[in-house]
Write a protein that binds this ligand. Structure first.
Ligand SMILES: [Zn+2]
Length: 383
């Protein structure tokens, strides 16, 4: 799929870059002279994005994984939903429109089509980045409002279940969570919670569903009168889930930097909370299981914000805009400012997905031709 039609202004093919194609022999020079720092500036057609911009290497991996997931759904095309997923994933991020930010000295994604299929590895990755960006943008505001608050990382599990029972297990866990978070003893001021499903190593291949919760607690939580021991957390989850056994629960203190094995650094806790609901490794090893899980988790939510975090964090699934910006996603005001800045950096490079060798390669380059973007240098007078 080409994005060329939607590009504003006239397009100049990359191969004309070095020729003087302007009328009247008038030389045009970009106002921003520091083009040498831009690794795309001298790029040739067919060059790989991951060679030109190493930080964009994950694109090849995730798009390659998308081919695997798409193939899996296509192989089960009798199922109408799977056939639709296969078609949508097939079209996902076929062209990446990249730009260059002179302020950040970075190559940045400017536009791409995302399929939004929950199981698409490209979309999962971009959504995960967008969630991280939401949290990291909100963090200074949260910390300003609650300067003495502390952080905990909690993992709540129940016994493994058969994949056919996954949907009902997750529904019970959602109910259990509601009761848990309404307990008087529940200490969090706010939290962000994600659901993850992994395949257990046992021969039966049971599913292991669990919640990861990054929570902010008042400073007083660590006072001996308020502190909850591991056994207390187990008891609270057991009661909320109405279980007849002690569930596996893990609770860790989160600090800006971890000092002990039992602690987690804030950055790692955020990454752990916002990773994908389903691992692509599980697909490669157990495709039938992966397919069954996607059915069981259909239309369930991956990430939930609760408590005071709702005030600070945008809820709902990240949209295409946020997914495009990825880790650069910012709040709307900053975004507006960034867009204005971006309009001054209008050159674009289109990288197309190449099925062989599963990499993004430069296809076309577009230069802005709006007059105000350039300084017009009059031609030299003849001698
Ligand atoms: Zn996608």
């Amino acid at each position: 799929m080409s994005l060329a039609k939607g590009v504003s202004g006239a397009a100049i093919c990359w191969c004309l870059r070095s020729t003087n194609a302007s009328p009247m022999n008038t030389r045009l020079e970009a106002k921003t002279a520091d083009v040498n720092a831009n690794p795309l500036h001298e790029a040739k057609k067919g060059e790989y994005l991951s060679d030109l911009s190493p930080k964009d290497k994950p694109w090849d991996r995730h798009r390659g994984n998308a081919v695997n997931v798409q193939t899996l759904f296509a192989g089960n095309a009798d199922n109408e939903r799977h056939a639709k997923f296969a078609k949508r994933i097939n079209d996902c991020a076929l062209t990446l429109e990249m730009g260059y930010s002179e302020d950040d000295k970075r190559v940045k994604l400017k536009r791409a089509y995302f399929c939004h299929v929950r199981w698409c590895p490209v979309c999962q990755w971009r959504k995960s980045l967008a969630w991280k960006a939401r949290l990291l943008t909100a963090l200074p505001k949260i910390q300003k409002a609650y300067p003495n608050a502390r952080w905990l990382f909690l993992t709540l599990t129940v016994k493994n279940c058969d994949v056919a029972d996954l949907r009902s297990t997750l529904a019970q866990m959602a109910e259990g969570w509601k009761r848990f978070s309404q307990l008087k003893a529940y200490p969090a001021l706010g939290e962000i919670r994600s659901t993850e499903v992994t395949r257990s190593d046992s021969v039966t291949g049971d599913s292991h569903a669990h919640f990861h919760v990054l929570m902010m607690v008042p400073h007083g939580y660590f006072h001996p009168n308020n502190y909850l021991k591991h056994a207390d957390w187990v008891q609270m989850w057991r009661e909320s889930m109405r279980l007849d056994y002690d569930p596996v629960v893990d609770i860790r203190t989160v600090r800006p930097k971890a000092r002990k094995k039992s602690e987690l650094a804030l950055h790692d806790a955020i990454a752990e909370t916002l990773k994908y609901a389903l691992k692509v490794d599980d697909l490669e090893e157990h495709p039938a299981w992966f397919l069954a899980v996607t059915d069981q988790l259909h239309k369930t939510r991956a990430v939930n914000a609760g408590g005071v975090f709702r005030k600070f964090l945008r809820g709902g699934e990240p949209d295409s805009d946020e997914m495009t910006q990825g880790e650069n996603a910012d709040d709307p005001e900053a975004k507006k400012e960034a867009e204005e800045k971006a309009s001054r950096e209008r050159a674009r490079w289109h990288f197309d997905w190449a099925a062989r060798p599963r990499r993004y390669a430069l296809e076309t380059r577009y230069l802005p031709v709006r007059h105000e973007d350039y300084v017009v240098v009059p031609p030299k007078a003849p001698k």
